[in-house]
Design a protein around this ligand. Structure first.
Ligand code: SF4
Length: 328
């Protein structure tokens, strides 16, 4: 374990699914053994898009907290906290917003992309534009050295670095410049082949029972051109094969790759093999997640405790920030 700090959070905008697990949580679980890690539930970030309807926010937060614990994030090894418990993040967000030029924010690729994609909500808000400033506050508050991200998130970390650098230059060096810790994220398709997402109704959730997962896999989309058992298939366009690549041993991947193309294997048998391999890894997590369902108070207590711990660091940082800015 080094003193290098890693920081990351998940927007609590829905129930955690396999895409979240494979894209982030699994890596976080590994990193907690190597670095000093801070992981948080980003409920304020959920508000940047879901501000008009907050009914599901608490439920989503509790789901996400239980998910963190179910995948093996250990409060003895990392600090687990709730963003909105840390009022210091709001203060640092405000102070950083004083020094962040608006064009820097307008240039962030996800700003325009999401406005185009999420048409049903008005995202011309100040909070949505300032989202990356809040993200910067989250990161640099803990003097995070690394932020585990996929390639699409790198512009956000670059912006965080620019803002930290501007602060250090204007006042005095307080913040290390955070670096992206590029994580290889496998392609995780949903049941219909599109990206796995709660809103597409195509997800395998961490709250699903193993039998539910198996049932969903049975009706999962395959190569759409393979209509009959005797038709040869193309695993490269089949989402079932994407999951084989994640969960199956090399021999099985090679076998499916070969036998699918010659119609030597049928989709029913192929899915059965994949489901067995997926559940072999996921069953303990799914079981633990369902057991935690019965203990919401205990789950919340872990995060309340972690928030207190994180607050020591946050308060110390804010002391330095106020002194550097010559605030009272
Ligand atoms: S055999 Fe497997 S990889 Fe090939 S189309 Fe069917 S489910 Fe997909």
């Amino acid at each position: 374990m080094t003193n290098t700090r890693v920081l990351s959070g998940i927007r609590s905008s829905g129930t955690l699914h396999l895409g979240n697990y494979l894209g982030a949580l699994k890596k976080w679980q590994e990193l907690q053994h190597q670095y000093e890690c801070y992981y948080f539930i980003a409920d304020w970030h959920a508000l940047t898009t879901d501000y008009a309807d907050t009914d599901a926010l608490k439920t989503n937060m509790l789901d996400n907290m239980a998910g963190f614990l179910a995948v093996g994030l250990d409060p003895e090894k990392c600090t687990l906290f709730i963003q909105s418990r840390m009022r210091e993040h709001a203060e640092l967000h405000l102070l950083l917003s004083m020094i962040t030029p608006v064009p820097w924010l307008e240039r962030v690729p996800s700003y325009k992309e999401q406005q185009q994609q999420i048409k049903e909500r008005d995202l011309t808000t100040y909070g949505f534009l300032g989202y990356p400033v809040l993200q910067t506050a989250d990161i640099i508050m803990y003097k995070g050295n690394y932020v585990p991200v996929g390639i699409d998130q790198v512009p956000h970390i670059e912006l965080a670095r620019d803002i930290a650098r501007r602060f250090n230059h204007l006042y005095r060096p307080v913040f290390p410049e955070p670096q992206p810790l590029l994580t290889e994220t496998p392609r995780v398709p949903g049941l219909d082949g599109r990206k796995m997402s709660k809103s597409y109704n195509n997800a395998l959730f961490l709250t699903d029972a193993p039998e539910e997962i198996d049932g969903k896999i049975r009706v999962m989309m395959t190569d759409p051109a393979r209509k009959r058992r005797n038709d040869p298939g193309n695993p490269d366009v089949c989402p079932v094969f994407d999951f084989h690549k994640i969960y199956s041993p090399q021999e099985t991947i090679a076998l499916v790759d070969r036998e699918c193309r010659t119609a030597g294997i049928g989709c029913i048998d192929c899915k059965k093999m994949m489901s067995t391999n997926l559940l072999q890894e996921m069953r303990p997590i799914l079981d633990k997640r369902r057991a935690l369902e019965e203990r919401p108070r205990e789950v919340l207590a872990v995060f309340e405790e972690g928030s207190k711990k994180a607050q020591h660091t946050a308060q110390a940082t804010m002391g330095e920030v106020r002194a550097a800015m010559k605030l009272l």
